[in-house]
Design a protein around this ligand. Structure first.
Ligand code: SF4
Ligand SMILES: [Zn+2]
Ligand SMILES: [Zn+2]
Length: 311
């Protein structure tokens, strides 16, 4: 099979576009999609700070490299990488090592925030205290909160997340199945600015997971292949296989889910209550409830561990 843009042998097929590309044209197609997405999701941004959430896995590593490539040449824009150490033994050490290696290679400042220091607990400890709760539910909520805090401390105008096309399609389908319109409206990329919440953007939104992986390999990026020991019970695994099967049978399903989400969000935001956004009474972060979900989980862990009440 030959590349659709030159005569070189093709390295990858893109069934959703009905095309094949060689290595250099594939790289260019990824970079171009990401450039356009940054431009679309963060319009008219020419000066300030951009924080990149860096886990040390392939997605956030590619997001950092491409954000650095996009903003790095502008002297008025500062790029900083932010990692969260949730406290997961045998997993997080390796990913943080890869994150450190990449930031040193790029010369990008790197901030690591620890759940133990900031929240007084870790994912491993909480797993032991709440054996009947799926770990990703509290771990994901805490990570989002800590990333936001760290980005805020850095004075960031935007927080870049490494979500790829598959991640976003899975999350959209998951929220649709659960009927969680609130979460659907709040998914990255953010359309509205909320006080206290650094707007999140997802520049890899149009890049499928396997293309992110191939890009990371082709460019020799250091990233960790480790699997989180708590990932097994996550409902995302089910949605991952459902989206994959749908995509195999109907190429373009993932892009179609994204387009549906875009249209839905416009309507949801139009219908939303225009009143002042509420704040969590414990941590002060934006929240639609009295306690944000991060504080709710924290309170549950404290009760389980010590018998003490809510904050
Ligand atoms: S897989 Fe779940 S528990 Fe593990 S780091 Fe991710 S969100 Fe946390
Ligand atoms: Zn080519
Ligand atoms: Zn809170």
């Amino acid at each position: 099979m030959r590349c659709a843009s030159c005569d070189a042998p093709a390295l990858i097929d893109q069934p959703y576009r009905g095309t094949h590309l060689c290595g250099p044209h594939f790289s260019r197609s990824v970079e171009e999609r990401v450039r356009r997405e940054i431009h679309r999701q963060l319009p008219r941004f020419s000066a300030g700070t951009v924080a990149v959430a860096l886990s040390g896995g392939k997605d956030s590593s590619v997001a950092l490299v491409l954000a650095h490539r996009y903003f790095g040449r502008r002297p008025t824009v500062r790029v900083v990488a932010v990692s969260v150490d949730e406290g997961i033994a045998g997993y997080r050490e390796g990913t943080l090592r890869a994150a450190r290696e990449l930031t040193e290679r790029l010369g990008v400042p790197h901030v690591v925030v620890s759940a133990g220091d900031e929240l007084g607990t870790t994912t491993d400890l909480a797993v032991a205290e709440l054996p009947d709760t799926v770990p990703c539910s509290f771990c994901g909520v805490w990570r989002r909160q800590l990333l936001n805090r760290a980005a805020r401390r850095e004075g960031a105008d935007a927080l870049v997340l490494g979500f790829n096309l598959d991640d976003l399609a899975q999350t959209i389908l998951m929220n649709l199945v659960r009927g969680d319109l609130e979460h659907l409206a709040r998914m990255a990329p953010h359309r509205v600015r909320q006080p206290g919440l650094v707007p999140r953007i997802a520049p890899l939104a149009l890049v499928p997971e396997r293309e992110v992986y191939l890009y990371a390999r082709l460019h020799g990026l250091p990233f960790d292949h480790g699997e989180c020991p708590h990932a097994a019970g996550a409902s995302r695994n089910l949605f991952r296989s459902v989206v994959w099967e749908l995509e195999e049978a109907l190429p373009g399903t993932r892009q179609s889910l994204l387009r549906t989400h875009e249209r839905l969000v416009e309507r949801l935001l139009r219908d939303e209550d225009a009143g002042a956004p509420a704040r969590c009474r414990a941590c002060g972060d934006p929240s639609t409830h009295e306690l944000c979900r991060a504080c709710e989980y924290l309170s549950t862990v404290r009760v389980a561990a010590t018998g003490l009440g809510a904050p």
